[in-house]
Ligand binder design. Sequence first.
Ligand SMILES: Cc1ncc(COP(=O)(O)O)c(C=O)c1O
Length: 388
Amino acid sequence: MALDAKRAGILEWMQIPRWPVSDERERLLIDEVLAGRQWGGFHEFVTRFETKFAAYQHCAHGVSAANGTVTLEMLFAALGVGPGDEVIVPAISFISTATAVSRVGGVPVFVDIEPYSFNMDPEQVEAAISPRTKAICAVHFGGPLANMDRLLEIGVRQQFPVVEDAAHAQGSEWNGKRAGSLGVCSSFSFQNGKVLTAGEGGMVLTNDAALAAELRSMANQGRRPGASHFHHFTLGTNLRLTALQAAVLLVGLDRLDEQIERRTRNASLLLDSLREVEGIRWQQVDSRVTRNSWYLLLGRIDEQRFGMSRDAFHQAMQAAGVPCTPFYPHTLYENPLYRDGVSPCRVLPCPNAEACIRDAFWMPHYLLLGDEELMLQVSGAIRQGVAA
Ligand SMILES: Cc1ncc(COP(=O)(O)O)c(C=O)c1O
């Protein structure tokens, strides 16, 4: 109880920034939509956002959709992943990375992550290749890109596409190239917790004009540009983003650079202040990651050196009012869906992924949107947690 009282003091004065954010600019654009007769996906704002976001991520084409799960399903379907085809995915990600493969009839092949980057290990990708491999799906976990040089080299050598699940990586870069522009195509999410959000939303990006046309038709009832509204050429569906979402995203994108700069400054302030704290290994970011969205602030606890388990650390952060999640409860393949054979998969040994389930945690991007004072308070809370 004495400990709780001590932490209650921190809670009182800690100002955690709210997320999502909006101001008069969103309201003006939403009003503009509401004043018109088209609130849906055929509004000019949707095209405007697709063009603007694709250019922001250094891509030629953007096809928006309802969320970052269906965008993955779209891209696997467009690449021709079908029954029995294997797609190599990391064992650590949100479930959509794997279910998108399964839902088009493919088989996710789960490989290990590197121990501290939290991204898929290219050596394990090599080990997972089989005659049925159809694609590799890299996930840029928490913001920093997976080792795209190695993954693209494998893709070129083996002649299969590398795609990017860039749900966490709006604005992130690899050697100056933005996430989503390196693979054959890529998927983004604008779900409520993401660094660019309209509550829900997603987009596929590609530099391949023919692939973009196919994706657009798929998300828009199999229509083709120039043809009449009631002509349907392929087996499509309706996955369109609405004009109201596009209005919110257009304004949000204008804020993104400033937010990334703020998070970058705050992350180095916070991590510098914790340098001598033993037993927390923060996410290792490759020097080729020239820009990081800082979607998640990720770390792993070495219980021996830290003097506290990951779960005790999480509880201490909760008591102090610092938002913190004790990682995923299991690897993707340990979800009942795959563990119990509801949907087929193949699993390579994943000791790093399984260790992260036990000892990793993350803090959300909006924590890093606070001021310097908050960073010092969070640093103090972490130290106090250690000292407790
Ligand atoms: C890595 C990753 N991929 C895909 C998704 C799915 O995005 P959405 O929630 O927009 O369907 C998420 C969402 O959290 C994610 O974290």
